[in-house]
Structure formats: structure tokens, C-alpha cells
Design a protein around this ligand. Structure first.
Ligand code: NAD
Length: 455
């Protein structure tokens, strides 16, 4: 017989209170997410209003952002009622009105024209932002047609020449220059460029930081542009976030991040359909039902959809999305612009051989769901960089480099090697909220509420 004995540890949470001044550099800056994020940042920072085609005036906001629009449970007030507080009131988070933005794209279209190309924002807002966005032009990027779909060739007019190691040095230079010119403490690099095909992970090439560097310097063909950006970011002491599904964060990359004490987070923004899936599956399993199949259909007509219409790039999405054997995924390119249609059919077995079918039809502008999520990823990455946890203040260390605490925002969270992956949205949110509460000396929320239940 084996027994389990509870053990008790005291943990100290040490938080540097003053947020760093931050900048975001986006790879794929001129795409739908890059332009929408930049436009949202500028509109919010300048409080730029616009005429709503349906009537009235619209003001910018960050709806969909946990750090800007959501609340955390504080406790029970003197009147017995629950008290909630905005996340950015609970702990000191960076002021999003001070965030600077820049980046790279294989297309050299300026950011005002690229915003028009994206067809996401109302025309009057685009017009008001034009003077701010026209001077913004993406830096040339690493383009390898073996990794993105061949249908992206027609926009690749802003491409770095040279070997992989030369490209690496140039990206590091770009980051260092941006940090210096914008007078920033920290730059966070976000991959929001097109989905690449997954690289074929090879022993001796991708497994350790040393082998990865050797392979880069030998111009190895299986080093993807996204991995090159991740390595450049870490080398420049910058966190890196992978918003697409491909396997950018190869073991050697995580090894390099760990050795340098730099955060990396990924993979794939969890914006709409998957977010709901990670709620519904949790509900079905939690209710004691048995999910039998989930059929997902995506109708997407933007450039992301065009790239994903190629089999190898679609495969990256499929591999990341099909985490359970009962899921299937279909993808149909329709000319719907950024307004994505997602249809999911959930079939579960209920008691005595019965079946329950739930059908969800989800319509939204994809980039307006991704943008607040990118903001949260950036804001919280900066925040966790100021946090140390340990049994004494002296031995306190930062979170593991593979920042799985950001799993709420990512479809396939990358974590510490060997650690279990949590996909359920409520668990992910509660881990985040409880960690923020711990930073101000509050215990985890358990919802027992015995004060209302015991006589
Ligand atoms: P997009 O096609 O509009 O933008 C991608 C941009 O990347 C384009 O401007 C393209 O020119 C550029 N690009 C391609 N290869 C590049 C390279 N090597 N270096 C620099 N730039 C490069 O796509 P999007 O809608 O902005 O989505 C971006 C990524 O985010 C996609 O991989 C998508 O699958 C992923 N994603 C988006 C969402 C969402 O809700 N919008 C959710 C999850 C994941």
C-alpha cells in the first residue's frame, strides 16, 4: 500500500512594481493582425473617434482584453457581496498608452495602405489613422518559399538577402536599433506572419541550442524563418511569442531561451472557435458526458485563409487543432474577407445510448478577436518578467522560460518539458487570476464560500 503525505511549502512572491517601457515588434506587421493591432493601439492612445456607418460616433476600446476590460475576484465586502477589481487595478501592469510598435513584413506596403488592404476597420477610422500609419513601413524580412505557401510570392517584395546567419544578425540589429531609437527597456517580438509548414525536427539540428546555432551558421534548409526570429529575439534579450501553429519553438530554441532566462510563448493565438471549443469540451467532460466527435468547418477569405489553403500550411493548423482523436477539421476558402465563419458540431453520447448534438455557428472579424489577445500576451509577458517566486527572497526565480501561464491565449500551449498541458479555458483563466492575486498576498479563489453555507 502506498500513502500520499501532504507537504507544506512557504513561497515568497517578489514583484518589481515599476513596469518597464515596452515596444512590440511584429513579424508579419503588414498583415491583418499586424495592421489591426497597430491601428487599435494608435486609436486608443490618441482617443481617435470615428463615424459609425450605422449611425453615431464610435470611440476606441479594448473589448476582449483580460488586462484592460476584465475583472478579478477580490473577496467578500462588509455587506456580504462579492467585490471585483479590474486586472490592471489589482497589480501594476504596463500603461498600454505608452506601448510602441514596429516590425517586419515581406510586403513593403506602408501600414495605412496595408490597413486598407485588410478590410477590417471602418473607413472613417482608416482615414483618421492614415497620417499616423502612412510613415510606418515594415522592415524587410526573411522569406523562405519552402515554408509559407507559394501563393504568398506575389506580395514578397521586401525580402532580406544573404545567408541564415546574416539574416539572424540583421534581425538582432533591427531589434537593438528599435529599442534604442524608441528609448525602451524591453522589446517583445510577436510572430503574426503567415503559418509556415512545420519544420522536420532532426536530431543534431534542432535538439540543443548549440546544434541549432551550428545549423544556422551552416545554412541548414530545415531552419524556418520563424525559428530564426525566435533565436534573434532571445539573443537580443527579448521575449518571443509565436501566434501561428507551426513548430517554431523547437527544443533547441527552448533550450536557448532557458539558458538566457528569456520567455518564449506559443503556439497559435486562441481567438474564437478554439476558445469556445476549450470551454465546451470542458463542460461536456465535466458534466459526465462522452464527446464522440467534433466536426469543425472554417470559412475564411482573408490572406491567412489563402495561405492556409495550401496543404502543408493547413497541416500545421490541423496538427495543432486536432489534439483529441474525436476531432476533424475542414477548411473552405470563401471570399468573406476577415469575417470568419466557423461551424462546429459536437456529438456526445448521453445515457443509455442516446446522443446529444450541439451546433455552433460563429461569425466574427478574426483580427478584432486576435488583437486584444495580442495586447494581453504582451502586457502579461512584461508583467511576469518582473515576478520572482521561491522559498526565500534570495532564491526566488522567474517562471520557466516556456511561459505556459499564458496558455489562456494560445491554442497549443508550450510549457516546461514534461509538464502536463492544460487546454480548458476556465482552468487557464483561474491559474492566471490566482497568480495575480498571489502577487498581492491573496490566496487562491476556491469558490467554496463556506461563509454562506455553514450555519
Ligand atoms: P495575414 O496573412 O493577413 O498576415 C500575415 C502577414 O505576414 C502578411 O502581411 C505577409 O506578407 C507576412 N509574412 C509572411 N511571411 C513572412 C515572413 N517570413 N516574414 C515577415 N512577414 C511575413 O494573416 P493574419 O490574419 O494577420 O494572421 C497572422 C497569423 O496569425 C496566421 O498564421 C494565422 O493563422 C495566425 N492566427 C490568427 C488568428 C486570428 O484570429 N486572426 C488566430 C490564430 C492564429
Amino acid at each position: 500500500m502506498q500513502y500520499a503525505y501532504p507537504e507544506t511549502f512557504d513561497l515568497k512572491f517578489k514583484l518589481q512594481k515599476e513596469p518597464k517601457s515596452i515596444g512590440v515588434m511584429m513579424v508579419g506587421w503588414g498583415g491583418n493582425n499586424g495592421t489591426t493591432f497597430t491601428a487599435s493601439l494608435l486609436a486608443n492612445q490618441g482617443n481617435i473617434t470615428w463615424e459609425d456607418p450605422r449611425g453615431g460616433t464610435k470611440a476606441p476600446n479594448w473589448l476582449g482584453s483580460l488586462t484592460q476590460c476584465s475583472t478579478a475576484y477580490l473577496g467578500i465586502g462588509g455587506d456580504g457581496k462579492e467585490v471585483y477589481i479590474p486586472w490592471n487595478g489589482l497589480v501594476p501592469l504596463v500603461d498600454v498608452n505608452k506601448i510602441k510598435v514596429g516590425g517586419w513584413d515581406i510586403s513593403k506596403m506602408n501600414m495605412a495602405d496595408a490597413t486598407a488592404r485588410a478590410h477590417v476597420l471602418d473607413i472613417d477610422l482608416q482615414r483618421k489613422l492614415r497620417p499616423l500609419m502612412e510613415p510606418m513601413v515594415p522592415l524587410p524580412s526573411v522569406y523562405d518559399p519552402k515554408f509559407v505557401a507559394s501563393n504568398q510570392n506575389d506580395r514578397a517584395n521586401n525580402v532580406l538577402k544573404g545567408s541564415k546567419s546574416e539574416n539572424l544578425e540583421k534581425i538582432i540589429y533591427d531589434i537593438v536599433e528599435f529599442r534604442k531609437n524608441e528609448n525602451l527597456d524591453l522589446v517583445i517580438v510577436v510572430w503574426t506572419a503567415n503559418t509556415e509548414r512545420c519544420c522536420e525536427i532532426m536530431p543534431g539540428i534542432h535538439d540543443t541550442a548549440e546544434n541549432l546555432f551550428k545549423a544556422i551558421y551552416e545554412d541548414h534548409p530545415e531552419i524556418s524563418p520563424s525559428t530564426l526570429f525566435a533565436i534573434a529575439a532571445i539573443k537580443a534579450q527579448c521575449p518571443f511569442i509565436n501566434g501561428s501553429p507551426q513548430n517554431t519553438l523547437v527544443p533547441g530554441c527552448i533550450d536557448f531561451a532557458e539558458k538566457n532566462g528569456i520567455f518564449v510563448a506559443g503556439d497559435d493565438f486562441k481567438s474564437g472557435q478554439t476558445k469556445l471549443k476549450s470551454v465546451l469540451v470542458d463542460f461536456l467532460v465535466g458534466a459526465g458526458l462522452k464527446p464522440m466527435s467534433i466536426m469543425s468547418y472554417n470559412h475564411l477569405g482573408n490572406n491567412d485563409g489563402k495561405n492556409l489553403s495550401a496543404p502543408e500550411q493547413f497541416r500545421s493548423k490541423e496538427v495543432k487543432l486536432l489534439m483529441k482523436p474525436y476531432q476533424s477539421l475542414y477548411f473552405i476558402g470563401l471570399d468573406l474577407g476577415d469575417s470568419k465563419r466557423a461551424m462546429d458540431e459536437y456529438i456526445s453520447e448521453i445515457m443509455l445510448g442516446g446522443h446529444n448534438t450541439i451546433v455552433i455557428h460563429n461569425v466574427c472579424e478574426d483580427s478584432l478577436l486576435a488583437t486584444p489577445l495580442i495586447l494581453d500576451l504582451v502586457v502579461l509577458t512584461e508583467f511576469f518578467g518582473r515576478l520572482r517566486i521561491g522559498s526565500t527572497s534570495k532564491t526566488a526565480s522567474h517562471l520557466h522560460s516556456a511561459l505556459s501561464i499564458l496558455g489562456y491565449f494560445l491554442k497549443a500551449p508550450v510549457g516546461m518539458p514534461g509538464a502536463p498541458v492544460v487546454n480548458a479555458l476556465a482552468k487557464q483563466r483561474s491559474a492566471l487570476e490566482n497568480l495575480l492575486r498571489a502577487c498581492v498576498g491573496l490566496g487562491p479563489v476556491n469558490h467554496m464560500h463556506l461563509e454562506h453555507r455553514v450555519q
